[in-house]
Ligand binder design. Structure first.
Ligand code: GDP
Length: 316
């Protein structure tokens, strides 16, 4: 069932958390009213293949192809190639399933032939039956680098998957931010948008790279922006966001996320367990909304998306 048919929404998303709300929004809005801009700061080359982890997570999720247990990769996956690659001594810290491999093989072939990532993604989405527009934030590289105490600067997947988020974080760098530009369609979608929703993704490494690629004069911000907290009860549902806040000397909380985005937000959705933080959010000049933000099922995603859209309506 669709709601708020008159609102044109742009959503910013990383991987697992972002994909879940993006899926909820796709269940509520007519496809022509939803554009999802996805982080590509985590993209890297593995086994000679171009991998776009967040983009694939969002596309697979909206296509109904995602693995429901992991949140990443394909459902009903097999691992024949991976096992044979391991046997041949190939690097095995990043798991690629057989179905998933098809995506990377074909994407790599087309990138090498000179097609931009945004065009390839649009074509894949059509073939997978995904109707809302999913855009990589950029067709040009911007690489999220994680600065750590133990290893100095690490490429994102080295930190995230290979080192399992264990190193202590001291900061981040977005390599190529000076030259990378928004993918075709990104600025047009923002120009037409009535509101922007920042999905519950990692602020440091999923959303900040997208914000880095947008014009730094803020000229794109002509609409209300609402974010959903990825931190619930001081902890993350999954991933290192809370650990990153703590290591950077900031107590992890929904308020810390609101502060992170301060200056951008009209409204901020916090979880019911964090209802006591509503006044702190309000003190930042941001309207709080208290909702059940944990998305365990498709129904949860749709319900939260509806609640967020209702909240957004207040500002439009
Ligand atoms: P990644 O690139 O796969 O790490 O994905 P994201 O950056 O999109 O998502 C990671 C963030 O999503 C973490 O901070 C999680 O706490 C948050 N997250 C995951 N699932 C949920 C959920 O159901 N509700 C909320 N509010 N946050 C979630």
């Amino acid at each position: 069932m669709t709601t708020k048919t008159h609102l044109k929404i742009v959503a910013l998303a990383g991987g697992v958390g972002g994909a879940k709300l993006a899926d909820g929004l796709a269940r509520c809005l007519p496809p022509e009213n939803l554009t999802i801009i996805v982080n590509t700061g985590d993209d890297f080359i593995h086994w000679g293949l171009n991998i776009s982890p967040d983009l694939d997570t969002v596309c697979y999720t909206l296509a109904g192809l995602a693995n429901p247990e992991t949140g990443w990769g394909r459902r009903e996956e097999s691992w024949q190639v991976f096992q044979q690659m391991e046997r041949l001594g190939a690097e095995s810290w990043f798991r690629l399933g057989d179905k998933d491999l098809a995506t990377h093989l074909e994407r790599t072939r087309r990138l090498k032939a000179g097609e931009p990532l945004s065009t390839i993604t649009r074509d894949f989405c059509q073939r997978w039956g995904v109707e809302p527009l999913i855009l990589p934030m950029s067709d040009t590289p911007l690489a999220t680098m994680v600065q750590t105490v133990e290893f100095g600067e690490l490429a994102f997947q080295e930190y995230f998957v290979h080192k399992q988020c264990q190193p202590q974080v001291t900061g981040f760098r977005f390599a190529g931010a000076d030259s990378a530009t928004p993918a075709p369609g990104v600025l047009a979608a923002l120009q037409q948008a009535d509101a922007l929703i920042i999905c519950p993704s990692n602020p440091w490494v999923s959303i900040d790279p997208i914000l880095q690629i947008l014009p730094q004069d803020g000229s794109w911000r002509r609409f209300p922006i609402v974010a959903v907290s990825p931190i619930i009860g001081g902890a993350t549902v999954k991933g290192p966001a809370a650990k990153m806040y703590a290591e950077l000397g900031i107590t992890p909380s929904a308020t810390a996320v609101a502060q992170h985005y301060a200056g951008l937000l009209a409204g901020f959705v916090i979880d019911a367990v964090d209802a006591n933080l509503a006044e702190e959010v309000r003190a930042l000049g941001i309207q709080p909304s208290i909702q059940n933000t944990l998305m365990k099922s498709a129904e949860d995603r749709e319900r939260l998306a509806k609640d967020v859209l209702n909240f957004v309506e207040r500002f439009v």
